[in-house]
Design a protein around this ligand. Structure first.
Ligand SMILES: NC(=O)C1=CN([C@@H]2O[C@H](COP(=O)(O)OP(=O)(O)OC[C@H]3O[C@@H](n4cnc5c(N)ncnc54)[C@H](OP(=O)(O)O)[C@@H]3O)[C@@H](O)[C@H]2O)[C@H](O)CC1
Ligand SMILES: [K+]
Length: 502
């Protein structure tokens, strides 16, 4: 159920189900029933319900809802953008099932309604909302009614989560078969309220046949690839992560990443520290080891030891030629590699240079973890990025252009692999956006890769664990708190693994 279907993939699933013998009107009936059930679930006493119907199938769903709620004894008013005789196909048939009046949508006001069912536009939204629908949406949003959106809040683009001019702010959204990217990407997610996914008879096999490449990020996506604690295991079997530290006044970021890597389960973690910062690092490190490593030369030296199998480069490392050379050394050494912060900014405008290094390292896995600013500095001109319609498509294009797994961070972090797979994360609480949390994320991903977790799975798992750790700690979180919450997140994950037996 983690797959996310675009509007066209949903239409294809619809079409295949209809071709398989289920009439479209049956799908519409089931969709309408699912929405009506949500309204009835919260009904206490007779409700005044306004069903706002658009000119297409979303409106068709609305007519089914209206009929079912009226049959359950509620006071239902239907307001439609076009008269029923302008409807076509299943929507026209659904409208024929509605025995009540159909009033104009234009000029509708919310006075006195307990519930509004938003059945204006769904997957078929084709352009920005204009008059007269815009003022109706404003009236919905100003009302005190409980708003239930059919499939997608009207005005939200189901593929991108963008607001097309204006959009309904729903308390609940009932969608069908699977969620869409627009239900998870911002701002769309903020318009949906609680999202319910209704089964309307589109089978898992039909969805699987679509070859969908986008999913919601959750343990079900990668838990079978999580490193497992095994009794016979010893620390050398769980890899050795190296985190490069910045100079004497900028050592905290590397220590945050290093501690996160250890808590993520790496057998050993070493901070590769400039000689003049060794004392500072050593004074603050215990289980994490520290070694004097002088720039790219020094890094090349220690990477002669194959036991250093994963690296995190970037946190407060410094922007410039030396950092670029360290990335080059690490990539050439074919180790698992997480590039964050300065290691990304050092390649700003020189994607080809980064791409060249990354392709040499890709077999062992490279994960880039830019926030939006680093992303645009690095990928602004990349093939396909400028034309991308959404954060999901931008991350996908960047992964394809760089050959690396790209983690485009934010409240709706997208993880994209060069082969087209992508996941959208939705468990990050607002308080995660604080200084240093990016360093911790890089360390978690590095720690998982040190244990030989494949790059895309490690990036998805790391992003999810990072969000779960923040949620576990709660508001007031600072970056140092995050690694300390990982044991609790691990416990949750392992309980989940053993309960689901995979
Ligand atoms: N399995 C399922 O997912 C099922 C989904 N159903 C429902 O079908 C809708 C999709 O319907 P809808 O969103 O209404 O799209 P349609 O293509 O049917 O019709 C859209 C009409 O609206 C016009 N339009 C589009 N954008 C605008 C706009 N900004 N302003 C004004 N009018 C607009 C469009 O006109 P065109 O000129 O673009 O053609 C169409 O007339 C889905 O969301 C589900 O709710 C099935 O009913 C059940 C199964
Ligand atoms: K809608």
């Amino acid at each position: 159920m983690l797959e996310l279907l675009t509007c066209s993939e949903m239409a294809a699933a619809d079409g295949r189900t209809i071709a398989g013998g289920t009439p479209g009107i049956v799908l519409m009936e089931r969709a309408g029933q699912a929405v009506a059930e949500r309204v009835l679930a919260r009904a206490s006493g007779r409700l005044r319900v306004a069903v706002l119907c658009g000119p297409g199938n979303n409106g068709g769903d609305g007519y089914v809802v209206a009929r079912l709620l009226a049959k359950s004894g509620h006071d239902v008013a239907v307001h439609a953008l076009v008269p029923p005789d302008r409807l076509r196909g299943d929507a026209a048939e659904a409208a024929r099932g509605w025995a009540g009046a159909v009033l104009p949508l234009e000029g509708w006001t919310a006075d006195g309604f307990d519930v509004v069912v938003d059945a204006i536009f769904g997957a078929g939204l084709a352009r920005d909302i204009a008059a007269p629908v815009d003022s109706v949406i404003a009236a919905v949003n100003e009302s005190r009614a409980h708003v239930v959106a059919v499939d997608v809040p009207s005005g939200i683009d189901g593929d991108t989560g963008a607001v097309r001019g204006c959009a309904v702010e729903a308390d609940e959204t009932v969608t069908f078969a699977r969620r869409k990217p627009g239900h998870l990407l911002l701002p769309g997610r903020m318009h949906c309220g609680r999202v319910h996914v209704a089964d309307i008879g589109i089978t898992d096999a039909t969805v699987a046949d679509l070859g969908v490449r986008t999913a919601a990020n959750a343990p079900g996506l990668w838990s079978d690839m999580l490193p497992r604690p095994d009794a016979a295991g010893h620390k050398y079997k769980r890899g050795h992560l190296v985190v490069a530290s910045g100079g004497p006044s900028r050592t905290g970021a590397a220590r945050l990443a290093a501690r996160a890597g250890l808590r993520a389960g790496a057998g050993l973690v070493t901070v590769a520290s400039p000689p003049d910062a060794v004392a500072i690092n050593a004074a603050q490190l215990t289980a994490v080891m520290v070694r004097p490593v002088d720039g790219a030369e020094g890094l090349a030296d220690i990477l002669g030891d194959a036991r250093f199998n994963a690296l995190v480069l970037g946190p407060a490392l410094g922007v410039g030629e030396e950092t670029r050379r360290m990335v080059e050394v690490a990539a050439a050494a074919q180790r698992h590699l997480v590039l964050d912060a300065d290691a990304l900014t050092s390649f700003a405008g020189n994607l080809a240079g980064l791409w060249q290094m990354v392709t040499s390292a890709v077999p062992s896995g490279v994960v880039l973890t830019p926030h939006e600013g680093e992303f645009s500095r690095l990928f602004g001109e990349a093939e396909g990025v400028a034309q991308a319609r959404s954060k999901l498509e931008r991350a996908r294009a960047a992964a394809a252009a760089s050959g690396a797994v790209v983690v485009l961070k934010g409240p709706d972090t997208v993880i994209a692999a060069p082969d087209g797979r992508a996941a959208i994360n939705e468990n990050a609480p607002p308080w995660l956006a604080t200084a240093g949390t990016g360093d911790v994320l890089a360390g978690i991903i590095g720690g998982l890769m040190a244990q030989e977790m494949p790059a895309f799975a490690a990036a998805c798992a790391g992003v999810w664990m990072h969000g779960a750790a923040a949620a576990a700690f709660g508001p007031g979180l600072i970056a140092e708190d995050l690694p300390e919450m990982l044991p609790r997140v691990w416990r949750e994950l392992l309980e989940l693994l053993f309960s689901t037996g995979n």
